[in-house]
Design a protein around this ligand. Sequence first.
Ligand SMILES: C[S@@+](CC[C@H](N)C(=O)[O-])C[C@H]1O[C@@H](n2cnc3c(N)ncnc32)[C@H](O)[C@@H]1O
Length: 236
Amino acid sequence: MTAHFRRTLIDRATQPYRSAGHFAWHFARGKLRGDPVFFGLLEHGLIPDCARLIDLGCGQGLLASWLLEARALYESGNWPAHWPAAPKVENFWGLELMSKDVDRARTALGDRAQFELGDIRTADLGHTDAAIILDVLHYIGYDEQEDVLRRVRAALPTGGTLITRIGDAAGGLPFYFSNWVDRATFLLRGHRSYKVYCRTLNEWLEILKRNGFEAAPLPMHKGTPFISVMLVAKAI
Ligand SMILES: C[S@@+](CC[C@H](N)C(=O)[O-])C[C@H]1O[C@@H](n2cnc3c(N)ncnc32)[C@H](O)[C@@H]1O
């Protein structure tokens, strides 16, 4: 991937947030530049082509913007030669607890994606081909995490994809640093209190298995001081 391609994709995916205000735009720029997960999802071809993708705890909808622009670049022939095709997602549906984030997502992306205010612990997830939950599950209680995974499994067909990113509580200092930054960002986004329910990587793999998924870990913190692991899971 060239520096030019990297800049182009970041510029295109963040441009829509100019209309959603200073915070939204700067937050989008910082996140897409600093978090390797966004390029990682594309480089590793983790998201399949799908009719429906649900993003639980979608924040201001950055992933939708990212995937839409990635696909547009891919279709225009501006794409790294050794990367898999950018996924074609027909319907992107994001669910988010914070109304400010939902407003920002809707302002930025209009009808290019659907965003709904709701709680992943109670919302009806309907049916989907793929689901993604990035850095969200640790905010909900241990039993609630399992319940969400059970309901995501019920929403997916056998073979459907769930991608989630978690922190590994056995990760030592980088884990504590990740939590410290997470806490600061969480409060900055307007949440009133910060309580988290963390697990070790092995525990995450176990609860995924218990709730109908076969998952493989893919570390995704290269070049950062954080410890975060993508879990790429298939519904079995
Ligand atoms: C660390 S942010 C990650 C946002 C987005 N997934 C990303 O990677 O850019 C976590 C998000 O999960 C949301 N969230 C936390 N608990 C939630 C819940 N119970 N239901 C829906 N969203 C929730 C937060 O409001 C926040 O926007």
